[in-house]
Design a protein around this ligand. Structure first.
Ligand SMILES: Nc1nc2c(ncn2[C@@H]2O[C@H](COP(=O)(O)OP(=O)(O)O)[C@@H](O)[C@H]2O)c(=O)[nH]1
Ligand SMILES: [Mg+2]
Length: 273
């Protein structure tokens, strides 16, 4: 059972976001102060930033004590940053994440939180009827994103319309149970998360959301796309009977990730039941 006003921890992964993140942090802090009765905290998870993101976050934190930052120098990727951030699950009731660019407004995230009495994980969907999408993605990106969706559905049968929406919130118990199965460091991390939740019998609820695509994406789709596809295939193979036979291919896999400059998956992926 959830408390009437559960403690809520919001993670914001951030890579070179000095231009975009500050108004987002201030808007979220202000909005949740005014509209949320439970305890609310924001933790920005940075890694490998070569700009002034940390300084900007500290400036916002000076005005809003609910904001803090974790900074990892290594290039652990968006997924790696979220895997680190989700280690904070035991300190809260609900834990979620949104992008640093404000694509999900505070009111849209609060709407996901409000649905947490119905499911273990509530995720925004930009494709369900009722969603509102202010699109500024290039045609190439839109095509990739829909083809990727078909590919993921073919491999994992998740029956989720929008695995990649950057707004998700989960109950602490669910995150604690599946955390050791989280390994994928690039943006295919979301598939890793959703598939692990589903395998463990947790209920995932998709809610139509409002999303505003922002310029200045930090995710490059030329080389990045190959890394993401490799991560998805790798994840699928891990759950197949062939996985032990593929061990000799590990050095090749590591070499491909290095060539693509994509964050390597975390080693292991062995402890999930
Ligand atoms: N910590 C961390 N965050 C990242 C990394 N790459 C992207 N992000 C964050 O992931 C979120 C989504 O990225 P964004 O550039 O908005 O992607 P897009 O709008 O989906 O193309 C933003 O908050 C980024 O700062 C990374 O390597 N590390
Ligand atoms: Mg974005």
């Amino acid at each position: 059972m959830l408390k009437a006003a559960p403690d809520l921890l919001l993670l914001i992964p951030a890579y070179n976001e000095e231009q975009r993140i500050e108004p987002v942090l201030r808007d979220y802090a202000r909005f949740f102060r005014q509209n949320y009765a439970g305890k609310f905290k924001i933790v920005v998870v940075l890694n490998g930033c070569v700009d002034g993101t940390l300084g900007v976050v500290r400036r916002a934190a000076a005005d809003f004590p609910e904001i803090s930052a974790l900074d990892f120098p290594a290039p652990i990727g968006k997924g790696g940053a979220l895997i680190e951030g989700l280690k904070l699950a035991p300190t809260t009731d609900l834990i979620g994440y949104v992008d640093a660019d404000g694509a999900t407004a505070p009111v849209a995230f609060l709407d996901l939180v409000r649905h947490c009495d119905q499911a273990d994980c509530v995720i925004g969907s930009r494709w369900l009827p009722g969603s509102i999408l202010h699109q500024s993605q290039s045609k190439q990106r839109q095509v990739f994103s829909r083809l990727f969706h078909v590919f993921v559905q073919f491999l994992f049968r998740l029956n989720i319309t929008d695995t990649q929406c950057g707004a998700k919130v989960m109950r602490r118990e669910a995150v604690e149970k599946i955390h050791s199965a989280l390994r994928i460091a690039d943006v295919a991390f979301d598939i890793n998360l959703l598939f692990s939740l589903k395998r463990n019998g947790f209920r995932i609820l998709e809610v139509p959301t409002e999303w505003t695509d922002k310029l200045g994406s930090k995710i490059k789709l030329n080389k990045g796309a190959l890394g993401i596809i490799l991560s998805v295939v790798r994840l699928r193979l891990f759950y197949s009977p062939f996985y032990p036979w593929l061990r000799p291919l590990r050095p090749l896999e590591a070499w491909i990730y290095r060539k693509l400059r994509a964050p390597q998956p975390l080693p292991g992926l062995t402890s999930e039941k």
